[in-house]
Structure formats: structure tokens, C-alpha cells
Design a protein around this ligand. Structure first.
Ligand code: NAP
Length: 266
């Protein structure tokens, strides 16, 4: 099989650098690397930046057209402000996209989706871990609990994570709100703060180097279920994103796809 050629954005970041290392091991070809304009590694090679043994130069976003020109798929883990500029440009250049960045406002996501959806096939996912995507499906079963069973979500991530709650916790919250009929979300409690009917709890903890823990608590009057997903390392997200890249490489129909499509869960 010919190696799939990748351009990675956020190449010097926690996720981007992990993804590049995994991609090399799995036989993908890295042909481009993009980082923020003020990143000290701009114009260094991936080897000089200590990421892997490749002499691909890390370029700033103004050079995206050059960085993606030989790529089959553009994979990006950066931040929302970067994506609203970079992703439409990559779509205009006709390159398939895998994007894992989280923390978009609804308006930002709507703008990006509008530009991409009729140009190229793209996979957007707030969590590329296969276990999380299957857990999201299992959450549909929460509808079977009686009305007095309450659901809460706790997520924990490293203290460098910018957005809260995590994109995954938000997605879990959407599913649970739909099946339980919750109409509001509370993100923490202090003082006199009884849980009200129709209220979902999503609590975020930021500490140390935790790659990602999500726990769903379903508690009734006399029993409780706790379902926890723990990412052992960022490799789980990198491997899922590479799986998505292999899938999107074979798609011809433009559109925004999710890990449900990639994993055949639709
Ligand atoms: N979907 C998933 O499975 C998954 C898993 C983990 C994380 N994430 C998400 O992925 C994103 C990145 O996470 P992270 O932990 O890797 O963050 P990070 O370590 O801060 O990495 C972000 C990288 O993007 C770079 N960047 C900033 N502006 C850019 C631009 N205009 N063009 C290109 N690159 C730019 C940053 O460069 P500088 O450092 O120089 O600013 C940095 O290297 C976050 O939104 C996070 O929530 C998703």
C-alpha cells in the first residue's frame, strides 16, 4: 500500500508532536508541518525540534499552501482562532482534513462547517479515542432509567488545557440532556445549591499532566453506576486520528464526518 502523506498543524504541540511520532511508526509519510507564527521552532526541521528523525521544515501558517501541496490529508490539533483561518484555506486548496481541536463557539463551528462541507471530505471529532466514541453510543441506554435517576459528568485534564468543559464532556452532555430531558447545565456548585429538576451537572478538574478522564455517574435513590474512560496517554487520540486519516483518504464525497462514520457506528 502507498503511504498516506500527511501535513500536521500544531506540529510542536502536545497532540501534534505525539501524532507525528505515531504516524512515523505506523508508516505514514509526513510531508508538511505547521506551527504558530511565533513558535520558536519555526524554520527548524522536525529533527532539530526534537520531534522525530525527519528533515521536514516547520513553517508558519502563511506557508500552509506550500506545506499541504504534497499531502493527502491535513491533520490539525491547534486552537479555535487558528482553525477558523487555516481550515477554510486548506478546504479551498482541496485537501482532505482531520481536525481534533476543541473549544469552538457554535458560531465558529458553523462558519468552518459551512466552508468545508461542500469542498472536501473532513472528519471533525472532539475525541478520537475509539473507547470514548463507543461509550457515547452506550449513553443512549440511559433513557431506560426511571426519571428519578440523575446523571452527572466529571472530566479531568492536564492544567494546560484551555477550554472547559472538554468537547467530549459537552457531547456527552448533549446526549444525556436529550435522553433525560434536561434543560439546563450547571458547571459547579458553591454555597446553598440544591440540584434542581431538569439540571445536568458537568464538572471540570484541571490538574497535573492527566491526558483525559471522563466519568458518567448515574445515581438512583438506592444504587449508582459509574462509567469511566481513562486515556493512558495522548497516543490513543493520535491513533484514532490516524485511523480517521486512513478513512477520509478513501472518501470522495465532500462533507463533515465524525468518528461514528469512521467506526461504522451510524
Ligand atoms: N480530538 C481529540 O481527540 C483531542 C485530544 C487531545 C487534545 N485535543 C485538542 O487539540 C487541541 C490542541 O491540544 P494540545 O494539548 O496539543 O495543545 P498545545 O500543546 O497547546 O498545541 C497546540 C499547538 O497549536 C499551535 N498553533 C497555535 N496557533 C497556530 C496556528 N495559527 N497554526 C498552526 N499551529 C498553531 C501551537 O503553537 P504555539 O505553542 O507556538 O502557540 C501549539 O503547538 C486542543 O483544542 C485540545 O482540546 C483533541
Amino acid at each position: 500500500m502507498t503511504a498516506i502523506k500527511l501535513c500536521v498543524a500544531g506540529a510542536t504541540g502536545r497532540m501534534g508532536s505525539t501524532l507525528i511520532k505515531e504516524a512515523v511508526v505506523k508508516g505514514f509519510r509526513i510531508v508538511g508541518a505547521v506551527a504558530a507564527g511565533d513558535d520558536p521552532n519555526i524554520n527548524k526541521t522536525l529533527r532539530e525540534a526534537g520531534i522525530c528523525d525527519l528533515d521536514i521544515r516547520i513553517v508558519d501558517p502563511s506557508r500552509i499552501p506550500d506545506a499541504v501541496k504534497d499531502a493527502d490529508v491535513y491533520i490539525s490539533f491547534t486552537n479555535p482562532e487558528a482553525e477558523i483561518v487555516n481550515i477554510p484555506l486548506v478546504a479551498e486548496l482541496g485537501k482532505r482534513i482531520v481536525m481534533g481541536t476543541t473549544g469552538f463557539t457554535e458560531e465558529q463551528m458553523r462558519r468552518i462547517s459551512e466552508v468545508v462541507s461542500n469542498k472536501v471530505p473532513a472528519v471533525f471529532s472532539p475525541n478520537f479515542a475509539i473507547g470514548i466514541n463507543i461509550l457515547l453510543k452506550l449513553l443512549q441506554m440511559v433513557r431506560a432509567f426511571p426519571a428519578d435517576y440523575e446523571v452527572s459528568i466529571i472530566e479531568m485534564h492536564h492544567s494546560g488545557k484551555r477550554d472547559a468543559p472538554s468537547g467530549t464532556a459537552k457531547r456527552m452532555g448533549e446526549i444525556i440532556s436529550q435522553v433525560k430531558g434536561y434543560t439546563s447545565i450547571i458547571y459547579g456548585r458553591e454555597g446553598l445549591s440544591l440540584r434542581k429538576p431538569g439540571e445536568l451537572e458537568i464538572l471540570s478538574v484541571r490538574a497535573g499532566g492527566v491526558p483525559g478522564i471522563h466519568e458518567v455517574i448515574i445515581a438512583g435513590p438506592h444504587e449508582m453506576i459509574r462509567i469511566e474512560h481513562t486515556a493512558f496517554s495522548r497516543s490513543v487520540f493520535a491513533q484514532g486520528a490516524l485511523y480517521a486519516a486512513e478513512w477520509v483518504y478513501k472518501q470522495d464525497k465532500p462533507g463533515i464526518y465524525t468518528m461514528d462514520d469512521v467506526l461504522g457506528l451510524v
